[in-house]
Design a binder for this molecule. Structure first.
Ligand code: NCD
Ligand code: ZN
Ligand code: ZN
Length: 428
């Protein structure tokens, strides 16, 4: 018996929609069309809804091991499924850090036991993410490391990054970089801009990010390594990436929903749910990020889902940890605030969470072709609902978007042919 999704709309690639039934048998899409016989299948009426390839988020924090009070692989992947995500990549800033074969095996075991969507685990670039000594890329890759990153901190030494890229090139691995020059953080908790000034807070200047991207694209050019930039937040970073791409350097980049939707002037007061790294920048940065995403300078979208407990976030702007959750709100927020307002097309949004990340990392997902892995997301573009952190599957309730009214809610998430999330109303 297969699953027959009946009457849903799919995007054609040029932002047009067409009605198409989809049959899933086993782990694959086995038929597409309008005349698929229903008999013998579990028929799900999804008429009026949008069917997309399963959403992909290559930048999330699951906190396990060591941060289980913030999130676990179990709760974080349930949040992912609720947000329509079928593949996520988990950052290695856990305790301990997956910096050796044994530790990455442990993570993969835990994923097998408790994850409700596909999880690709990152390994760290350096031992304990301390920036001093490279990990064994070969052993980590053999044991299932998806790519290499020290996300949470920048790799400070240019020579360490040069060595990392050299090894990455040898092992056909991607270096994924959180770009932050420590000597330029200036003890900041927010962007060095209007908000910091008004509230007398230390600011993190834009160059803190951009100078490290500039260094890294030159190192990527010198080594021929595949290099990816995390959570781009400034117009200067966009310019550096644009120039690097024009020079033929193998660089890709991601942007988060919050950096596309908010700037520092939108922070209502000393609310730590607006504190994340990199910080919300200026309104001209936000505009540059939207343009860069639409033109392909920034390749895809990623949430940087970074759950923290209420106690941790309640310590005030300067002491609270950086980070906000994103998995359960990303699609509806972007659909409502950027697609419905005409800033980007539905196709651009969907591609940004499907085809684009899959292509950048050569993943066999992100498409609805015949024979493709049956990762699918069904989205209700009509129903409007307010964001309510109390209803999140994530343990993290730290979002600045609480109470925002959105359309575009995922109602059904299918991973490799099995249903991982179904909103009660989907068949109603
Ligand atoms: N983005 C954040 O503000 N925080 C992340 C770390 C990171 O992504 O750099 C976290 O782990 O909490
Ligand atoms: Zn980061
Ligand atoms: Zn992160």
């Amino acid at each position: 018996m297969g699953i027959l999704l009946k009457g849903g709309k799919v995007l054609t690639g040029n932002n047009e929609q067409m009605v198409q039934d989809i049959l899933i048998e086993g782990k694959r899409i086995s038929d597409l069309g309008n005349l698929i016989p229903e008999e013998g299948h579990n028929v799900i009426d999804v008429s009026g809804r949008l069917i997309t390839p399963g959403l992909i988020d290559l930048h999330i924090h699951l906190r396990e091991p060591g941060g289980e009070h913030k999130e676990t692989i179990e709760t974080g992947t349930r949040a992912a499924a609720r947000g329509g995500f079928t593949t996520v990549a988990a950052m290695p800033n856990t305790k301990p850090v997956p910096d050796n074969a044994e530790q990455i095996q442990w993570v993969n075991e835990k994923i097998k036991e408790t994850a409700s969507v596909r999880v690709l685990p990152y390994a760290s670039i350096t031992i304990r993410q301390a920036g001093k000594e490279l990990t064994d890329f070969e052993a980590l890759k053999q044991n299932g490391a998806f790519a290499f990153t020290d996300d949470g901190v920048g790799v400070q030494s240019a020579d360490m990054m040069l060595q990392a890229m050299t090894k990455a090139k040898q092992n056909e691995a991607v270096i994924v970089a959180h770009c932050e020059e420590n000597t330029l953080i200036h003890k900041g908790s927010v962007h060095k801009g209007a908000f910091a000034q008004t509230h007398g807070l230390n600011g993190i200047p834009s160059v803190c990010e951009a100078v490290q991207i500039a260094r890294d694209v030159l190192l990527a050019e010198a080594t021929g390594a595949r290099y990816h930039v995390c959570h781009v937040s400034t117009k200067e970073s966009v310019r550096v990436i644009k120039d690097a791409k024009a020079a033929g350097i193998k660089v890709t980049a991601e942007v988060t929903p919050h950096h596309l939707l908010l700037c520092d002037e939108d922070i209502p007061g000393l609310d730590t749910n607006y504190k994340m790294n990199p910080p919300l920048r200026g309104s001209d940065d936000r505009k540059a990020l939207i343009e860069a995403f639409k033109s392909g300078i920034i390749d895809f979208l990623a949430t940087d889902h970074a759950p923290h407990s209420k106690d941790e976030k309640d310590q005030g702007m300067e002491l609270a940890p950086f980070g906000i959750v994103g998995l359960e709100t990303a699609f509806p927020l972007l659909y409502t605030n950027l697609v419905q307002t005409g800033v980007m097309t539905l196709q651009e949004l969907v591609d940004g969470f499907t085809r684009k990340p899959a292509e950048a990392f050569e993943l066999p997902y992100g498409t609805l072709e015949l024979g493709a892995v049956a990762d699918l997301t069904v989205i209700d573009l009509e129903h409007e609902e307010k964001i309510d952190p109390d209803r999140f599957a994530s343990k993290g309730k730290n979002t600045p978007f609480s109470g925002w009214s959105c359309k575009g809610w995922p109602v059904l998430t299918i991973v490799e042919g099995s249903i991982k999330y179904e909103k009660e109303s989907v068949n109603a």
